[in-house]
Design a protein around this ligand. Structure first.
Ligand code: 5CA
Length: 439
């Protein structure tokens, strides 16, 4: 893409209401723009990141056999009334009526709706276990929308739901999702730490939050330094094997947020020498809630002995919108964002340091064509800005590789390849740059 055509201007100064470095950078780098409190529009750069985040999540959900569906945003009151959440969620939801007077709410979450489908689609233990998931906008009338897209009133969530015949089977599903989450966040270049959590309005008695460490995060975090170095399971992981050893490894290290800093609730207390006190952002939460929804909604299945039992459920959320904000919060320096390559809006940026000069224009155009032809996503800064402004914009936007094309280097047949993450620079021929970015 040519930067001169990009919809969304980068800003030299952040608007004064942006309180954290991440939210300032999100606005300055033209990732998203507010429409109203807690309501954001993704601009092209941000939308590309959100799509990559979504695709990594989808990949890892598919890998554990979860099946993608899509439930509507607008949800009828009748299902929520079956569980009592029509009343309990009243203060935090957006509601409306149709012309016939029927009541609806914008999904705050989707347990009731998926449970309604499950009771119609599943009637025998032979159909279990099964997991479904969807990506869908959620509406939550947060009292204090803040931190940009990280606490919005509308946001994109991946929510998954598991159905099992009994508690033992449901815990196997929970474990699969737990490991899938470890892999999901690691693939985005993040260190996400699971912590025992409160179950809040979702219910049940087993839950973990996944917290990305970032100094500006909303939650104070205490954790065992060992948890920072645990290896995340690789692609070869066998999800049908017993996952308990992995879960045990990750839950036997103490980790807690300040608001639930009550040692009794955690898997283990940590010796004060190993305790790390930092901050973090909750990017996902998983719940095992047993028969809480299936009892009241009569989602029954016939067991092996023919007797009808209520299906055991779990739900598993990831905040897609929040992740985009959390990645910025976790990956930036004073100059701007440092996108991890897996989620970067583009892999490389071409900076034409002398726009309008025949040799730099020609070299940039050729490089741009060649990289595009080889499938490398590239943003070409073909604007009329002077070199200094282009450097600043490129560092702000945070694309992992910058290719600096200037007359001096070109005279020797060289371009400069700069890595945004650590600032290292190399002088390479155009062919070497292409080879590097396609290897
Ligand atoms: N039904 C369960 C799991 S599917 C559920 O709703 N869980 S949740 O409330 O913990 O939300 C899941 C994830 O959505 C959170 O971990 C967080 O990453 C994200 N999230 C929650 N509220 C917001 C919000 N107001 N703005 C942006 N993301 C949010």
């Amino acid at each position: 893409m040519r930067q001169s055509t990009l919809f969304g201007r980068t800003l030299r100064e952040a608007p004064s209401d942006a309180t954290t470095p991440g939210t300032q950078l999100m606005l300055r780098a033209a990732i998203a723009r507010p429409l109203a409190a807690g309501l954001y529009t993704w601009l092209p750069l941000g939308f590309r990141v959100a799509r990559k985040v979504e695709q990594i999540i989808r990949d890892e959900q598919d890998r554990i056999g979860a099946q993608e569906i899509r439930i509507p945003v607008i949800t009828p009151a009748e299902y929520w009334k079956e569980t009592g959440r029509w009343d309990s969620l009243e203060p935090v939801t957006f509601r409306t009526r149709d012309h016939g007077g029927h009541e609806y709410m914008i999904g705050y979450t989707h347990e009731e709706l998926v449970m309604h489908h499950a009771r119609n689609e599943i009637n025998s233990y032979r159909q279990l276990p099964v997991m479904v998931y969807h990506f869908q906008e959620k509406g939550r009338d947060e009292q204090r929308p803040r931190f940009g897209v990280m606490r919005g009133r509308e946001f994109l969530m991946k929510d998954a739901y598991s159905f099992d015949i009994d508690e033992a089977a449901a815990r196997r599903s929970y474990n699969k999702m737990f490991v899938a989450y470890l892999r999901t966040f690691a693939r985005m270049g993040l260190k996400a730490i699971p912590m025992r959590a409160e179950t809040g309005p979702i219910g049940g008695d087993l839950s973990h939050e996944f917290i990305v460490l970032a100094e500006t995060g909303e939650s104070a975090v205490y954790c065992d330094s060992d948890v920072l170095n645990l290896p995340v399971p690789g692609e070869e992981i066998d999800y049908d094997a017993d996952l308990n050893p992995i879960i045990k490894q990750w839950t036997s290290v103490y980790a807690a947020t300040e608001d639930v800093h009550d040692a009794a609730r955690f898997d283990r207390e940590v010796p004060a020498d190993k305790k790390v006190h930092t901050r973090g952002i909750e990017v996902g939460q998983i719940f095992y809630f047993g028969t809480k929804y299936s009892d009241s909604m009569k989602a029954m299945v016939a067991g092996a002995d023919g007797a009808e039992v209520a299906v055991h459920g779990g739900s598993y959320g990831v905040g897609v919108s929040r992740l985009v904000g959390a990645i910025i919060e976790a990956c930036h320096d004073d100059a701007g964002i440092k996108w991890p390559e897996a989620v970067a809006p583009f892999k490389a940026a071409i900076l034409n340091l002398k726009q309008g000069a025949e040799d730099t224009d020609a070299a940039c155009e050729q490089l741009y064509r060649e990289l595009n032809a080889k499938g490398v996503e590239v943003l070409y800064d073909d604007t009329d800005q002077r070199a200094g402004a282009k450097f600043a914009a490129a560092d702000l936007i945070g694309i992992p590789w910058q290719i600096l094309v200037g007359p001096k280097g070109l005279a020797e047949g060289k371009l400069e390849l700069k890595r945004r993450s650590d600032g290292t620079r190399e002088n390479l021929s155009p062919a070497e740059v292409v080879a590097r970015l396609t290897s």
